[in-house]
Design a protein around this ligand. Sequence first.
Ligand SMILES: [Zn+2]
Length: 699
Amino acid sequence: MAENRKNQPHTGRFINPYIFYPTSSREPAYSDAGEERVSGKITTVIRTETPLFIPNSGTDHAFRVPDAPEEHKSYDFFTYSSAREDMPLGEPNTKEPVIPGSEIRGMIRSIYEALTDSCYSSVTDGEPLYKRTSDHYTPALIRRTADGKFELVTRVNVHKVSLNMLNRIRGLSDGQKVYLQTEAVKKQVPAKNRGFQEITQYRITGISTEQTADTDREGYVIKGEVGPSEMPRPKSKGRIIELKKQPPDGMPQTEEPVFLSREDLASLDQVLKTYADEKINQNREKGHHGYQEYRAAWEAFKTGNAGEYMPVYYSRIRGDSASIYYLSPACITKEAYRNTVGKILQRHGNLKPCSDPSDLCPACTLFGMIGQNGGRASSVRFADARYVAPGTAGSDDSMPDDGASVRRDTDRESPDCYMEPVTLQELSQPKISSAEFYLKKPENARFWTYDYKVTEDGHLELCPHEIEIAGRKFYWHSKLDIDAEKAPGKFFPKVLPGERNRTVRPVKPGTVFTEDIYFDNITKTQLRQLITILNISSTGERGYKLGTGKPLGLGSISMNVSECRIRTIRLNEAERSISYLEQSYKEFMDEEIPSFDAGAGALRNMRFEEENVKLLLKISDFHAADGFTVTYPATGEQLQDVQSGKPLDEGFRWWTLNRGGRIETRDKMRFRSSLPTLGEDDVSLPADQEQNNPSSGAE
Ligand SMILES: [Zn+2]
């Protein structure tokens, strides 16, 4: 077939839609002190190479999408007109598309940050990090001491109780103290060496909230909830955690008491918070109440408004000097990490977001910042990118030069740049807790999280100081070989409108915009840097990614500088007037407009690290991913489907396989693959994880 690519994409490996541009701890390359400064305007031409979509977010029901559920969201492309609602799919958009300047600014700034080893300005700390774990936590009690300390009491017996039984005893709630009537049962269990030994177990025959002559033990109720949807779950999670009696006098006393730290206790707050968060728990099983009752009991206990003990599950992670304890209301649960992205960045001076206006990284110096102790205004302003109708001049000389963005709202005829509305595949949410993608691999680790690692020889080690984030997220170009205008069905795999995907109206590939960027009092070096970045497509081989749906192939653009005017002010003392002189870049700077194709000498002139430039040239290459299918992680079977034009569903399958399936103890965890970094030669990932499965981790 004529449309077939010369080379079929690899059937065993794929390229993830995004990769991380590694960060460097070296000091930023450039400071702006003591150089001549310039002001003026750069005009660029943006051309879409694949469909581009920027939402008009005035409504999330732009279209009346047939057979779509009520919750299905739909958006038209951004224009200066207010968003219309409930349009039939066939109704045209008669307004010219606009790319808001903020979109382009964000894109250019993140590239500039990467090239100059600047700070992570967009990182917001405070997001709690957590991950489901299939390891089993151990039941225990927390004792609140008279002086307000919290002791973890591990000498407990655990009794399973059917929820029915708990429910029958009216009013029994999480954390409640109960009295138990038990009966001894002799049981044969396998002995340590061989054969069997007899042990005595106690079976609950009655529960009471009052102490009676028949009740010989006391315990605390932990009711539990139905499990996470992926886990096999027994009918009941109800437990009574019984406090074992102290060994009689004369017998060896139990070990030293363990007091929980504030952070240990906070881990329980955090887990409870994530269970309560509706957004996180969209797929929660029916009947799951997000541990509301347990949470209330815990709050009362913490503040001393309940009894002496509170039932809990815990897991201990050993460190060199101290251990930490993850606490949870359930046996199979989520780990809430101590480390945060903010704490990790704090350990790398140049990467943490700038806060002091007198000590700024190159990106904050140029693009501005707002800190608690003041800010710095931006020296560059991005106007909105205006649509250029086919056949008209690329850049509009009649535009006023005062920088005001002119809000044209022409309504001549429908611009011929829109595609038919299309339902996009669901975009996967960033899985920041997926350490195998978001974090660098710590030394000698086969599995790692934000707090600890599992070493190659199977030891669990607390290592918060070894954890580093992988870098800045960039997206690969893909699907440039598919003619999305003539064969939209090939570009957009067919999906039914649902609650979690969206219907949108992109602009076609080949749509042209023009964009003005105003710079004010920046150095010549900054100007060269900026122009070089804006002139990425000078050879036609490279471009950037913009807008919505980048992982799905949307938003590849080329960008070229068409003009740069530098404006100087002349003061005429005698006439007490000022006049402006405008010159082209070449006239003023006495050099050609720079681009990345310039040699190493020019790079030095721009003060970009050569290594950083190489990385940018790689990720911006329209054909860097050729030979592979760019897709969210897919198993071998799924990759075949994707390659035959089907959407990827059950996106969790590859991730589960990559962790070796359902492994129940953490020290047996292993990542089969982790995301390569941008600098590596092979940036693909294996679809089938079976081949390189080193011995199964299951017991
Ligand atoms: Zn900064």
